[in-house]
Write a protein that binds this ligand. Structure first.
Ligand code: ADP
Length: 251
């Protein structure tokens, strides 16, 4: 008994050390790049062409965005792990949320085709709307960034009458995930390491957060993938007519 407890503490400590080391690494890479390009601009401003200056400023902006994303994701993870996260549930139709997420993605990924297909008379679901929006954005963002420019990204919403559930599928025709990696992608800070993914920015927190939020709201998430693309499915129970819960603090 004593041994197991001690082992658990050791494991927790190790997880904590690993976490700090990963976060430090994730922070250091963009910070080093920002400092390097800012230094070059300061020391060699007059010798650089306007194009070079613009290029360096764009890198600084891109790396700052990367830092902001990381910090936002870390704050979400820390809120998720605290015991006081407030879930504000609302019964909603999903289509307006999908349309709004797609519109946001269209402004970011201008050359992609987003195709939405909806079943008829879809049931409402009971979700925290901000968190539901975050789930959609994470999945559609991944489907876009892990696909070549100009690809189709499909969002299909249907109902399973037998199970009384609503199924949201985000389907892409991108680089796919190998069977050896697919089991790891929902882990914290987990990224597939390949020449293709190395070129794409990310911190490996999006799917960890997504899965956690889906499950916290009583849903399920799964993925199927091949070298022709990936399909992420999120399933929620249809809201019951008499379910009027509005707020709930995480147990
Ligand atoms: P990241 O910030 O790296 O995108 P995620 O947690 O969202 O982190 O995803 C974890 C990893 O899963 C990604 O780094 C990528 O290797 C893989 N992945 C996620 N979505 C897709 C997708 N639609 N197609 C191919 N690979 C994906």
């Amino acid at each position: 008994m004593f041994d197991t407890k001690e082992k658990n503490i050791d494991e927790l400590e190790q997880a904590h050390i690993d976490f700090i080391s990963t976060v430090s690494h994730e922070l250091r890479t963009p910070l080093t790049s920002i400092r390097g390009f800012a230094d070059t601009l300061l020391t060699s401003y007059d010798r650089l062409t306007p194009e070079q200056r613009k290029k360096f400023l764009l890198i600084i902006k891109e790396q700052s965005n990367r830092l902001i994303n990381l910090v936002e994701n870390l704050l979400t993870v820390s809120k998720m792990q605290s015991d006081k996260e407030l879930m504000i549930y609302k019964k909603v139709d999903v289509i307006p949320f999908i349309e709004s997420a797609v519109q946001m993605m269209r402004s970011q990924y201008k050359n992609y085709n987003y195709i939405c297909t909806y079943g008829k008379n879809l049931p409402q679901i009971l979700v925290d709307t901000d968190k539901f929006q975050q789930i959609l954005l994470n999945l559609i963002d991944n489907a876009s960034k892990y696909s070549p420019e100009g690809s189709n990204v499909c969002i299909d919403v249907s109902q399973n009458f037998n199970e009384n559930t609503l199924i949201i599928k985000v389907i892409d025709h991108g680089i796919g995930i190998s069977s050896g990696d697919i089991g790891k992608i929902f882990n914290k800070f987990s990224r597939v390491d390949s020449p293709l993914t190395r070129k794409i920015q990310g911190n490996g927190l999006g799917l960890y957060i997504t899965k956690n939020l889906v499950e916290k709201m009583g849903g399920e998430i799964s993925v199927q993938s091949s070298d022709k693309g990936s399909e992420f499915s999120v399933i929620f129970k249809a809201a019951a007519a008499d379910d009027n819960r509005l707020t709930k603090v995480k147990e």
